[in-house]
Design a protein around this ligand. Sequence first.
Ligand code: PMT
Length: 223
Amino acid sequence: MVPGLLAGKQVVITAGPTYEPIDPVRFIGNRSSGKMGFAIAQAAKEAGAKVTIIAGPVQLATPTTVRRINVETTEEMALAVEDSLDACDIFISCAAVSDYRPIQVQQEKIKKNSEQSIQIELEPTIDIVSTVTNRHNKPSFVVGFAAETQNLTEYAKSKLARKKLDMIAANLVGENQGFAVDDNALHIIWTDGEQTLPLMPKTQLARELMTLIIKRFYAKNSI
Ligand code: PMT
């Protein structure tokens, strides 16, 4: 990647999981470690961009000069994204956002009753990346991710269209795959092309992804 290609550009990235509280001590979450998103932040910084990372609960050091906003819930992430979009050129939605949240959050810890099962009713959360692409004043280039356990390309293409993305980075997830591990592979799809990036360290993968994003960003915005 050529350093300086994103000089003067602003990149906003979401990373890590979101947690949706059930009661004061329990939550619905997922296995995202934030490694992929933080590697992308590092790669965007190396390309010369001014970078903001909006991070769910993860235990990772912030790359130097990257602005970090910590959040926990999907609603907090959505608000932080909204507040960070002024002058954003490229938005990258790498966070594993919780798709559902409990309709009612219990104020006290739910007591165990061995005799009874319990039900927790869930409602869909706001779709953050779709909110971004539906804005009147949206970033020039929006990248989403697709985490799938099957039909990777088919589901990713459908998310690319449904969420009105410029590009989608699709990865297979499961046991020791995608989430939390150090290596990953991506199938990148954009409106008129696609490319596979084979299994490699997330730090290197992020640089290769960023090279593709920069190419497509300038192809779209130089007209
Ligand atoms: O963090 P790591 O341990 O390194 O793992 C990396 C990763 C596997 C989490 C990452 O590579 C990845 O796939 N991130 C996206 C996970 C995900 O939520 O995918 P999805 O297919 O469910 O969502 C599709 C897109 O919509 C994503 O860009 C997601 O950020 C976005 N989304 C989803 C739900 C929601 N309510 N709002 C959103 O913005």
